[in-house]
Design a protein around this ligand. Structure first.
Ligand code: NDP
Ligand code: GDR
Length: 371
């Protein structure tokens, strides 16, 4: 039975990857941070009682800022594969906490690699680094592929640039099996609520049910190559199963704007938007409302507005990946279309909004936190 260790197991990708590896018969170990509240919602369905027999999913308290803790967990687990998904992963927040972001995302990666080497596991343990399309930042080539030069545009991306190169360096210097997956944006109903896609589907579902009034967004014209997280974790595993370690771009090769995402998600709820104004005065007004999914909105209601507080000091305007290498060498194709992914996210958030509305109608106070 192979053993895998996942940092960031409580995150979106960590939860899908843990499911995938368990289904493949792995013994899976995950590192979770101590928090004052439970932070395991995404993995509660695969949680196993530590007192039960035949346990194959284990959680360890830990943190990427804590070298001795990482070394101890690695020594205890002796994993065949390490997936370093843990990160302060929010680009906008990295401008608020740049030093912490560097500590976790850059030095945290070094800590793990160095612990593997220190423990003499460098010939046994294969290492996956969660690299990112944010490395391309101010894009130097369209579409972006493995050979496209990097130009990071945020403290997050600069930290991930260090992590990318230290992974390459440990591969070259010590012959370790280390791979960078340069993943473009990937989403799902488990996406964190403050990333733009989930913010949109969640807020529109709440608005449709009359639980919220307006959705405030930043740059509506940003272009992204959005895929489904479930498809992308397959690639994380596949990269570690090859004869030789290499870096791969994972993307769909299709691009949409934030504005288009809003329109498609709104349409899924029976809301047809008409745009008015420009820049910070831009508003998405409801031109038509069809069906019973949006009883909470009226014709002419401004549903979306631009709020400059969500603009970034330096923005990544456009990202479009070329997944040709992954397709040719690993036979990988994304299976979920953009439209199906939006539908899945909207359906999930509409279901939650309907339940919240029902609770409210029975006198229970439901707090809906907004970004
Ligand atoms: P999430 O933000 O959903 O998950 C991040 C995970 O990292 C969480 O489990 C979080 O724990 C954990 N974490 C945060 N800080 C620390 C720390 N100091 N020590 C240990 N663990 C920590 O991210 P995703 O699942 O979306 O992304 C996974 C990885 O892939 C990240 O590294 C991200 O930067 C990268 N990436 C993501 C892309 C995407 O589109 N989703 C695209 C390209 C790269 P907690 O739950 O306690 O907060
Ligand atoms: P990103 O994702 O920065 O690409 O990083 P995010 O969803 O945060 O932003 C995408 C684009 O939407 C614009 N935008 C807004 N973004 C947020 N969060 N909130 C808003 O209100 C808003 N309005 C417009 C942004 O400016 C941006 O252009 C994600 C993360 O998962 C990273 O960890 C990962 O490395 C990259 O994807 C690939």
């Amino acid at each position: 039975m192979k053993k895998a260790l996942i940092t960031g197991v409580t995150g979106q990708d960590g939860s899908y990857l843990a499911e995938l590896l368990l289904a493949k018969g792995y013994e899976v170990h995950g590192i979770k941070r101590r928090a004052s509240l439970f932070n395991t919602e995404r993995i509660d369905h695969i949680y196993q009682d530590p007192h039960a027999a035949n346990q194959n999913f284990f959680l360890h308290y830990g943190d990427l800022t804590d070298t001795s803790n990482l070394t101890r967990i690695l020594q205890q687990v002796q994993p065949d594969e390490v997936y370093n998904l843990g990160a302060m992963s929010h680009v906008a927040v990295s401008f608020e906490s740049p030093e912490y972001t560097a500590d976790v995302d850059a030095v945290g990666t070094l800590r793990l690699l160095e612990a593997i080497r220190f423990l003499g596991l460098e010939k046994k343990t294969r290492f996956y680094q969660a690299s990112t399309s944010e490395l391309y930042g101010m894009v130097q080539e369209i579409p972006q592929r493995e050979t496209t030069p990097f130009y990071p545009r945020s403290p997050y991306a600069v930290a991930k640039l260090y992590a990318y190169w230290i992974t390459v360096n440990y591969r070259e210097a010590y012959g370790m099996y280390c791979c960078n997956g340069i993943l473009f944006n990937h989403e799902s109903p488990r996406r964190g609520e403050t990333f733009v896609t989930r913010k949109i589907t969640r807020a529109l579902a709440n608005i449709a049910q009359g639980l919220e009034q307006q959705l405030y967004l930043g740059n509506l014209d940003a272009l992204r190559d959005w895929g489904h997280a479930r498809d992308y974790v397959q690639m994380q595993w596949l990269m570690l199963q090859q004869d030789a370690p290499e870096d791969y771009v994972i993307a769909t090769g299709r691009q949409y704007s934030v504005r288009q995402f809003v329109e498609i998600a709104a349409r899924e709820l029976g809301i047809e938007l008409a745009w008015q104004g420009s820049g910070v005065n831009e508003r998405g007004l409801v031109a038509a409302v069809r069906g019973d999914k949006a009883p909470g909105v009226a014709v002419g209601q401004p549903v979306v507005a631009v709020d400059p507080q969500y603009f970034r000091p330096t923005e990544v305007e456009t990202l479009l990946g070329d997944p040709g290498k992954a397709r040719e060498k690993l036979g990988w194709e994304p299976t979920t279309s953009f439209e199906t992914m939006v539908q899945e996210m909207v359906a999930h958030d509409l279901d939650t909004a309907r339940r919240h509305k029902l609770l409210k109608s029975h006198g229970y106070d439901v707090a809906i936190s907004l970004e």
